[in-house]
Ligand binder design. Structure first.
Ligand code: KG4
Ligand code: ZN
Length: 339
């Protein structure tokens, strides 16, 4: 029998401190501490995020280890690990450094290999956590707060970006437009809930024209801003649900238009979604409807694997371990990084 693979994975790229234990490709724990400290600032404050990661990282890792190995001593939990994985890039540098430094120190003290994971690749590979899993090659529409990408996945280690945003990400569009509508941060999930109560055809907003499989969302934000500036006081309050539904409808249409083009260009029929915005009801329903129309097999990750989490870092690390793709302890974290 081949040797089992047990990995502790740490995610700290933005404002969630998370840890997960994966054994032979199965998630045994997935623990997240959300940082509520940012709410009153209407966005993530990098300095506060790093400090909160420093406070959270030890208890979060401890919880993940306890949940995965409930009946053994702390020393036995640590010695059960075959490797330590962490998010290397992209993200807030102060936040990333906390996770990276913790993972490096643990790897050094346990004398175990270190695995560096790209956060955006991990969002894509979150689709491999649970059954049903897509077969290769598949396409993934990754839509998060910082990125919007169409990725062609030929294998766990061969991911190719075939389209991406040239300015704002889809999540940024949701959050910035929510702010214009006076919704609390992060606005995406709130706008999603209100959109369910409104008429998606009530208002029409401009859709961008960008070449190839790329996206642009900054124009939509500006078009909503100019539209709102022309209205009477009280307009937003009186039309909030319809505004949310119309904005969500437009963002989903933009996302699906290029995804459809990618499906036609590549001929790939297995299609996944990933990233925080893949929790959006309009995106989920839209992908399923597109799947039915075009005869695709579509995959929607569980909500807990859509937004930032360490299970996605763990599954990516599992495949890297199989390929013996380890990093030296001299490695560091990077705020920006292509793959
Ligand atoms: O992937 P993620 O958790 O963090 C990174 O950006 O890496 O994505 C966060 C983004 C935020 O912009 C948030 O507003 C958005 O995902 N989001 C949503 C929903 N849930 C999270 N946007 C629209 N509808 C949702 N239900
Ligand atoms: Zn993310």
């Amino acid at each position: 029998m081949s040797k089992s693979i047990t990995i502790l994975a740490i995610e700290s790229s933005c404002d969630e401190t998370a840890a997960s234990v994966i054994i032979n490709g199965q998630i045994h724990s997935n623990f997240i501490a959300n940082q509520l400290v940012h709410e009153k600032y209407g966005g993530v404050v990098p300095e506060l995020a790093s400090r909160a990661h420093m406070e959270n990282i030890v208890p979060v890792v401890d919880e993940a280890l306890k949940k995965a190995f409930p009946d053994v001593s702390h020393a036995d939990r640590l010695s059960a690990l075959d490797a330590i994985a962490f998010t290397q890039a992209p993200g807030l540098i102060g936040s990333l450094l906390v996770g990276a430094q913790f993972a490096k120190s643990l790897a050094l003290s346990l004398q175990k290999p270190l695995i560096a994971v790209h956060h955006m690749q991990a969002h894509v590979l979150a689709n491999l956590i649970d059954e049903p899993r897509p077969s290769f090659p598949f396409l993934c529409l990754t839509v998060s707060g910082g990125h919007t990408q169409i990725v062609q996945c030929n294998s766990p280690s061969d991911l190719v970006i075939i389209g991406q945003t040239i300015d704002d990400a889809a999540g940024e569009a949701f959050d910035k437009i929510s702010k214009l509508l006076g919704l609390p941060y992060p606005g995406g999930p709130v706008l999603d809930k209100l959109a369910l109560l409104g008429n998606s055809k009530a208002f029409e907003f401009a859709k961008p024209m960008v070449p190839e499989l790329n996206y642009s969302f900054s124009g939509l934000k500006t078009s909503v801003l100019y539209f709102l500036q022309k209205q009477e006081p009280g307009f937003i309050e009186a039309n909030l649900n319809d505004l949310c539904a119309s904005v969500q409808y437009t963002i989903v249409e933009i996302l699906l238009y290029k995804l459809k083009k990618a499906i036609q260009q590549t001929g790939i029929k297995h299609v996944c979604i990933a990233g925080g915005v893949s929790a959006n009801s309009g995106v989920r329903n839209g992908i399923e409807a597109l799947g039915q129309k075009l005869g695709l097999k579509t995959y929607l990750p569980a909500f807990q694997y859509c937004t930032d989490n360490a299970a996605m870092i763990a599954i990516t690390a599992h495949y890297k371990y199989i390929n013996q793709a380890f990093e030296p302890l001299s490695t560091s974290a990077h705020a920006r990084s292509n793959w």
